[in-house]
Design a protein. Structure first.
Length: 430
């Protein structure tokens, strides 16, 4: 299968991109691999395969294929430009800044591709969150070609990094005006609008990005996160992992939703895939620990929490997981120590206080349960679960009138309150 290429207007029309049919993902890798082997002398075919490898998450494989493409005798300057672009992106994915910058420099040295070289360098700086340096390269690119699409995309991303929503939006909208079919501009604008709280507009842009590139894992992930939690969100995240099997963030988000829906086997698989793809993150171990907790495997839950703490010793979610698992094991004193540590690590989260109160109440230690619940209700007066826990502790101490007041506060406050359960408890106190 030979990939069709069309010119795009940036730096004198030197840059090329693949037609939408050739923007292949994991689902087309086998076909592209076969094409690259059967037509090994074609730079365009090698570019298509290299791009697909990168988008599917195999950046190391992409580097090898794209470097081969660049060495082919048939690689003319108009074909070398997109090859160098894609190679630079693969190095960026691998966080190899030196090779990325060198490749951007090689791109900019090609005839008529100076603007692209600067835009590429801007992207490299953005990977390392250097907005000022990126904007300097953007200015240089636009000085050469005032309508360089890739430079405008980089300007929009730099605005995101600098938390300048207006500048980011303006840049992405300009890029869309120059190239309405450009996926990156719609994706970037969607992200920018979402951060600005303009959800409906953001969703429209993200859906447009997927319409333009149905197999694009980044757009699938962004829309999936914007719609979470929902069945559509889970479906989008699942598609993102299929198109990019190494997409650790998508696996983790998918697993979290599967766990919330009670699909433990699916949540466990997603957690295991996340760990396999990224061994240095706390979140996957916490997810697997929560799955084990929900499955009644309390020792396994403690082990996952401890693994997470080995990665990040001050992880509040990991401490909370260890506390919850020890509470389920009946080791209350050890659990309370972990609950207090979890709250000390994140004083913006009332969950450790609420869970500590619930664990004490379950063990018949309502004086301690009351103390934890009082602190939760005082520190987080709008958090319903804290008031519900206080009501339980007060019932345990025989203070029915005060318990009714606490339950009423729980029903009128926010947070994940089991309203039916609270109403039943109120009914028994009337």
């Amino acid at each position: 299968m030979k990939a069709a290429v069309v010119a795009i207007a940036c730096a004198g029309g030197m840059a090329l991109r693949l037609s939408s049919a050739a923007w292949a993902q994991e689902s087309l890798l086998d076909s592209l691999h076969a094409s690259a082997r059967s037509d090994a002398a074609s730079p365009a075919v090698a570019l298509a395969y290299g791009r697909a490898l990168r988008r599917a998450g195999d950046s190391a494989g992409a580097v090898a294929e794209l470097r081969r493409a660049a060495r082919l005798p048939a690689s003319k300057p108009d074909v070398l430009a997109p090859i160098e672009w894609e190679l630079a992106r693969a190095y960026m994915d691998l966080h190899d800044f030196a090779q990325a910058r060198a490749t951007c420099h090689a791109l900019g040295a090609l005839p008529g591709a100076a603007a692209e070289g600067h835009a590429c360098a801007a992207d490299a700086h953005l990977v390392w969150q250097r907005a000022t340096e990126a904007l300097s390269e953007v200015a240089a690119a636009l000085a050469v070609d005032p309508r360089c699409y890739e430079a405008k995309i980089a300007e929009g991303r730099a605005g995101e990094l600098a938390l300048d929503a207006a500048k980011s939006e303006a840049a992405f909208r300009a890029a869309i005006a120059w190239r309405p079919e450009g996926v990156e501009a719609h994706l970037g604008l969607g992200r920018s609008l979402l951060r600005a709280g303009r959800r409906d507009e953001a969703l429209a842009e993200l859906r447009r990005a997927i319409q333009l590139d149905p197999a694009g894992p980044d757009a699938l992930y962004e829309l999936g996160m914007a719609l979470a939690p929902s069945a559509e969100s889970a479906s989008l995240l699942d598609r993102a992992t299929r198109e990019r099997p190494s997409f650790a963030d998508a696996w983790l988000a998918l697993g979290t939703q599967e766990l919330s829906a009670g699909r433990l086997a699916e949540a466990k698989r997603a957690g295991e895939e996340t760990v396999r793809r990224d061994t240095k993150r706390v979140g996957p171990h916490v997810l697997l620990g929560k799955v084990a907790l929900a499955d009644g495997r309390y020792d396994d839950a403690v082990q996952e929490g401890e693994r997470a703490l080995q990665i990040l010793a001050n992880s509040a979610p990991a401490k909370l997981l260890v506390a919850d698992a020890n509470a389920k094991k009946g080791e209350l004193d050890r659990a309370l120590e972990a609950y207090q540590a979890a709250y000390g690590l994140d004083r913006l989260d009332p969950t450790p206080l609420v869970h500590a109160s619930e664990a004490c109440h379950a063990a018949g230690r309502d004086t301690s349960a009351r103390a934890f619940a009082v602190k939760a209700s005082q520190e987080f007066p709008a958090w319903g679960p804290g008031w519900a826990a206080l009501g339980d502790a007060l019932v345990g101490q025989g203070e029915k009138s005060a318990a009714r007041g606490a339950y009423d506060k729980a029903l009128s406050s926010g947070g994940p309150v089991d309203r039916i359960a609270v109403q039943k408890k109120l009914a028994t106190l009337r």
